[in-house]
Design a protein around this ligand. Structure first.
Ligand SMILES: Cc1cc2nc3c(=O)[nH]c(=O)nc-3n(C[C@H](O)[C@H](O)[C@H](O)COP(=O)(O)OP(=O)(O)OC[C@H]3O[C@@H](n4cnc5c(N)ncnc54)[C@H](O)[C@@H]3O)c2cc1C
Length: 392
């Protein structure tokens, strides 16, 4: 029996079968087989989620062979769903294109990243799911459907809208059509400053820089601030360490994060970000003297993606971390209480302890999302135990 575990090793699963996928026909046939044989089917990306979105006792599909850029035009590209983000930068750049933003790392697959609303930092920059303008999906009935914002069929239009942030629950996403921007060069700068002074000055930092973020190290006064801005200067090779790089977007945005950890992240309305950060600082000082892992503060623009944490509101994202070998639940539950008081919504790929009812109350399009999902997968082939636990 194959054994699967996620990036941190915290989540494990023993599916009946681990299926490596090399063609869309194979993906569609596998979906139909699982439906006919009442097996759960979940697709894995890079396994970087901390929430149990993949584990099940049926089948795990891995799009190992569906990777790369399929076609590109002036401002968009069709990309295979199994593409790791780090393989896309140069390929898109050769067509003069780029992702408008990326997360902290670039090891995720593109379909895995859009599944959970993966984002970077930047008050004018929305998450990766919001860039999805079309998808091709292998559905539970064995059909391969292309859905876009301009599909003639109203169900296909809704399928596109709902599945931009898909949680792996609609089918196997074999291709994605992404809205892109002309490729661009970036200059990064980093410095240390007292946390409370940083929070006081934060609005101007956020307004004046394309990307702005900081890490705060608990039980110190220090924030490590980073800003990144467009530049016309040539890349400076070899690139320096994180914090001093000047190069193409895909060379400067990602970082190397080798230390295994778990993570909780909530998006709170942008105006509450500094107060929420202060409350997390107080919590750590009063109740968690042993936690040393940094707290990360980023900004994220509003979007219209149904299950996005930034749906219809500009947000600040605050992430708390803990070493894999250390207990994290008491710390995360205490943080979660604070995040919820500030109107927070949890990142779909990171730890949270919310019930389906609580998630429904946070997401105005929750019922719509499930209605469309259930239409294309009435038997729940693409629902694993976690997804069933939050189903309305
Ligand atoms: C070190 C580290 C750094 C991170 N940095 C950030 C960050 O900066 N910003 C941020 O927002 N998040 C970040 N994350 C979270 C991460 O981006 C998300 O959890 C993302 O969803 C992981 O992508 P993945 O390819 O590993 O997908 P997985 O975790 O393998 O899967 C995620 C979901 O996608 C589904 N899925 C994957 N591929 C397909 C497909 N082809 N068809 C259908 N469903 C599919 C899965 O079923 C699952 O529901 C980070 C995580 C780690 C471990």
């Amino acid at each position: 029996m194959p054994k699967w575990s996620n990036w941190s090793g915290r989540l494990t699963s023993k599916p009946d079968r681990y299926a490596q996928i090399y063609s869309e026909q194979q993906a569609a046939a596998l979906a139909a087989y699982c439906s006919q044989n009442d097996k759960v089917l979940r697709t894995v990306g890079a396994g970087h989620s901390h929430q149990d979105l993949v584990g099940n006792d049926g089948v795990i599909a891995d799009l190992v062979g569906l990777a790369g850029v399929i076609s590109a035009d002036a401002d968009s590209a069709w990309i295979w769903g199994g593409s790791r983000i780090h393989t896309l930068g140069l390929a898109l750049h050769q067509s003069g294109l780029a992702l408008p933003n990326q997360g902290d790392i670039d090891q995720q697959t593109i379909a895995g990243a859009t599944a959970t609303g993966t984002h970077g930092t930047g008050a004018t920059l929305s998450n990766l799911s919001s860039r999805v303008i079309g998808s091709q999906i292998a559905l539970a009935d064995g059909r391969l459907v292309t859905c876009t914002a301009s599909s003639d069929d109203p169900l296909e239009r809704e399928l596109w809208q709902a599945s931009r942030l898909h949680l792996g629950a609609f089918g196997i996403i074999t291709r994605l059509h992404l809205a892109l921007v002309p490729s661009y060069r970036l200059q990064e700068r980093t410095w240390q400053a007292p946390l409370l002074a940083t929070l006081e000055d934060l609005q101007s930092l956020v307004d004046d820089n394309r990307h702005c973020e900081f890490f705060w190290y608990p039980h110190t006064d220090t924030a490590q601030v980073k800003v990144i801005n467009p530049t016309n200067a040539d890349p400076a090779y070899p690139l320096g360490d994180e914090g001093s790089r000047r190069g193409w977007n895909f060379e400067v945005l990602p970082n190397h994060r080798p230390h295994l950890h778990t993570e909780m992240e909530y998006s709170v309305p942008a105006e509450h970000g500094p107060d929420c950060m202060r409350a997390i600082k107080t919590l750590l000082e009063k109740k968690f003297p042993d936690v040393r892992w940094p707290v990360e503060y980023r900004t994220l623009a509003a979007d219209d993606v149904w299950l996005s944490t930034a749906y219809d509101r500009a947000t600040v994202t605050i992430s708390v971390h803990q070493a894999v070998a250390e207990p994290d639940e008491p710390y995360y539950r205490a943080c979660e209480e604070i995040f919820l008081e500030f109107g927070g919504k949890p990142h779909w790929g990171k730890a949270n302890y919310l019930s389906g009812g609580q998630l429904a109350a946070l997401h105005p399009r929750w019922e719509d999302w499930w209605r469309v999902r259930d239409l294309v997968d009435p038997k729940g082939v693409f629902l694993n135990p976690y997804m069933r636990s939050i189903r309305p």
